[in-house]
Design a protein around this ligand. Structure first.
Ligand code: PHE
Length: 355
């Protein structure tokens, strides 16, 4: 046995290979299932017990030496293959291939900016499901049953909901599942669960069944906010929105409010900021008006507070909501909303330097 081990040791030391096949042949010959080293291990079982220690150690040395030598030959052969293909692998002075860094998506950048501003004001961030039920998206928000926003053209429905009755073949369902059309649903969930006072913003993806164009998309992102406490007034809302607008668009920014309507707020308003491109003089971004519309807001309707179990005699609050893509479009003067969804690297690379 001793001689066999020594002979194989010499063979391992003298191993040579020119091709991958040579290396593989050597491996099979020595270490394969029927290889000579493997066979020695079988033979080792019959060795006298007092010799086992010595031979065992030698055999292991042999096996490791063979494995190392084969790995070394494999590497040599691979390098040879690469260098004959182009010669580059052996040129140690060549600069390395730099790893390509990605960049943050403009929608993420603006969402983070909005979230950071409201965090500073003491708001928490809440998230909720994108597949929602009718209650959280519409019913609890005071949408009357026949409100047009519930119709098929605006909402993507996921399932019919619970069957409540069937008369003359007409089935009536309740509380269908749908893709949320706004993140106000998260505000409802917050009002249902969280102790008062509430100060929360809800960023998230929303879905509306709209034809895709430069100014509309069926998927977009919102940040909505909600503030509920005793004695919250319209003046508080106006101040919060003014401070937000100045943080977002610059300290000179002015806001104006126009009366509007939302089922869940009363009174409601649409907020414009003075155009940060022309400083309010009028340009093609603000279409000559000097103003840019950025969000909807209003005092939470008492029906909405009561639907979530909040005493509307004691508490009041305001809510607001804005589209992230719209703000990003204003910020960077992007003319076509579809740019945000098409993953065109030429567009996304424009934001590489924005942190
Ligand atoms: N939920 C409204 C929308 O999606 C925005 C909004 C939120 C308006 C809160 C007023 C108050 O259009």
């Amino acid at each position: 046995m001793k001689e066999k081990i020594e002979a194989l040791m010499a063979e391992v030391a003298a191993l040579k290979a020119n091709t991958r096949q040579d290396v593989e042949d050597a491996r099979i010959r020595l270490l394969g299932k029927k290889g000579s080293i493997t066979e020695l291990f079988d033979e080792f079982r019959g060795v006298a017990p007092e010799m086992k220690r010595e031979f065992g150690a030698k055999l292991n040395v042999l096996k490791n030496a063979a494995a190392d030598r084969i790995a070394q030959l494999r590497e040599e052969v691979e390098n040879k293959a690469v260098s004959s293909a182009g010669g580059a692998a052996n040129d140690l002075t060549m600069p390395g291939t730099p790893g390509e860094l990605g960049s943050r998506h403009p929608v993420s950048i603006v969402r983070q900016e909005i979230v950071d501003i409201f965090r500073k004001f003491g708001y928490d961030v809440a998230e909720g499901p994108e597949i929602e039920d009718d209650w959280h998206v519409f019913e609890a928000l005071n949408f009357p049953p026949e409100h047009p926003a519930r119709e098929m053209q605006d909402t993507f429905f996921v399932s019919d909901g619970e069957l409540v009755s069937e008369e003359n073949g007409v089935k009536t369902y309740r509380n269908p599942l749908l893709l949320r059309t706004h993140t106000s649903s998260v505000q409802v969930r917050t009002m249902e669960k969280m102790p008062l006072p509430i100060r929360v913003i809800c960023p998230g993806r929303v879905f509306r069944n709209e034809a895709i164009s430069a100014r509309a998309h069926c998927i977009f992102h919102q940040v909505e906010g909600l503030y509920i406490d005793e004695g919250v007034t319209f003046a508080d809302m106006k101040q919060a929105i003014l401070l937000f607008a100045r943080e977002m668009f610059g300290p000179e920014t002015q806001i104006r409010m126009r009366p509007s309507y939302f089922p869940f707020t009363e009174p409601s308003a649409e907020v414009d900021v003075s155009c940060n491109i022309c400083g309010g003089k009028g340009c093609n971004i603000c279409k000559g008006t000097g103003w840019l519309e950025i969000l909807g807001c209003g005092m939470v309707d008492p029906n909405v507070l009561e639907a979530s179990g909040i005493d509307s005699k004691k508490y009041s609050g305001f809510a607001f909501g804005m589209g992230i893509e719209r703000i990003a479009m204003l910020k960077w003067q992007v003319k076509d909303l579809r740019n945000y969804f098409e993953n065109d690297l030429r567009f996304l690379r424009e934001f590489e330097t924005v942190l």
